[in-house]
Design a protein around this ligand. Structure first.
Ligand code: F6P
Length: 320
């Protein structure tokens, strides 16, 4: 009987998930497997929502954002009953190996399934880039570019109106995306949850800047750092600038994946299948110092990725 690989996208979507689906499907079929796509994340698994993927079902998707399998957050995966049900559905389908494409919630589900004798490989995909065990997640580079492009546009209006803009950037409780966006878009201030921010210092920096002839500024503000509106109100109160807030929101999760995202997704997808084929399990595929790497899922869960604070210092020194 042909062996089956299950494939699921879970958690928040990220550009490049489709490119990974394509790679897993085509490489799986190339190695002689049947690839079963599970729809709507773990919710779909619990509700028997599947589709067998063939070479044609993944045609024309490498360039598309979102996920053709659909995705979702599924609280049932946090319960024993939910996980037991997931395993019995997989077993009924004859799926012993599963590739999970997603963020940190997906890692937790992966770890639980491995404990219940399903072979799991996790592929990290999230615009937040907050997963330990990989320097980069699928979708990160695309979200970075989307946000930078948006801020370049905001700068036009900020400059024309001599305003301060507080731009809210996604990233849940982390500032990885905000920090890199801030650095690459030349933002004057970067506010991340990992570092206490001194608003009084910022207000005096603003008046110094005004004296030096700088009439507009952009603050890259991580959603996890608190309320962008409250932050903007404090600046407004303490300075003579007009302040506006712009939340970039869900545009950061969509759009055509960049070349970098597509390549990462393709390489991760192939690697995941290769690992299962070699009988490996319980691993997160990652990129470490430019090379493909793997790490036990539990280790990735237990450790927290650290923000490179030196980049914050650099951004500060360059925003004179
Ligand atoms: O994890 C990706 C992400 O977009 C975070 O940046 C954000 O905080 C969260 O998902 C939003 O999740 P949801 O779409 O489920 O509200």
């Amino acid at each position: 009987m042909t062996k089956k690989i299950g494939l699921i996208t879970s958690g928040g979507d990220a550009p490049g998930m489709n490119a990974a689906i394509r790679a897993v499907t085509r490489y799986g079929i190339y190695l002689g497997y049947k690839v079963i796509g599970i729809k709507r994340g773990f919710k779909g698994l619990l509700e028997d929502d599947f589709i067998e993927l063939n070479l044609r079902s993944v045609s024309g998707i490498i360039n598309k954002g979102g996920t053709i399998l659909h995705t979702g957050r599924c609280p049932e995966t946090k319960t024993r009953a939910g996980m037991n049900r997931a395993v019995s559905v997989l077993k009924e389908l004859g799926i012993e190996s599963l590739v999970i494409i997603g963020g940190d919630g997906s890692l937790a589900a992966g770890a639980e399934l491995t404990k219940r004798s399903i072979k799991v490989i996790n592929i990290p995909a999230s615009i937040d880039n907050d997963i330990y065990g990989t320097d980069e997640t699928i979708g990160y580079d695309t979200a970075l570019n989307t946000a930078i492009e948006a801020i370049d546009k905001i700068r036009d209006t900020a400059t024309s109106h001599d305003r301060v803009f507080v731009v809210e950037i996604m990233g849940r409780e982390h500032g990885f995306l905000t920090l890199d966006v801030g650095l690459a878009a030349g933002c004057e201030f970067i506010v991340v949850p990992e570092r206490k921010f001194n608003i009084q210092e910022m207000i005096s920096a603003l008046s110094n800047a005004a004296r030096k002839g700088k009439t507009s500024e952009i603050v890259a503000f991580a959603e996890g750092a608190g309320s962008a509106a409250d932050f903007a109100a404090k600046i407004q109160k303490g300075s003579s600038y007009e302040v506006r807030v712009s939340a970039l929101g869900y545009i950061q999760r969509g759009g055509n994946p960049t070349a970098r995202t597509r390549m990462l997704a393709t390489i991760f997808g192939k690697e995941a299948v290769e690992l299962l084929h070699k009988g490996k399990s319980n691993l997160l595929v990652g990129l470490t110092n430019g090379k493909i790497s793997t790490m036990p899922i539990e280790k990735a869960i237990k450790n927290e990725k650290q923000l490179d604070i030196s980049k914050l210092e650099l951004a500060k020194n360059l925003s004179l």
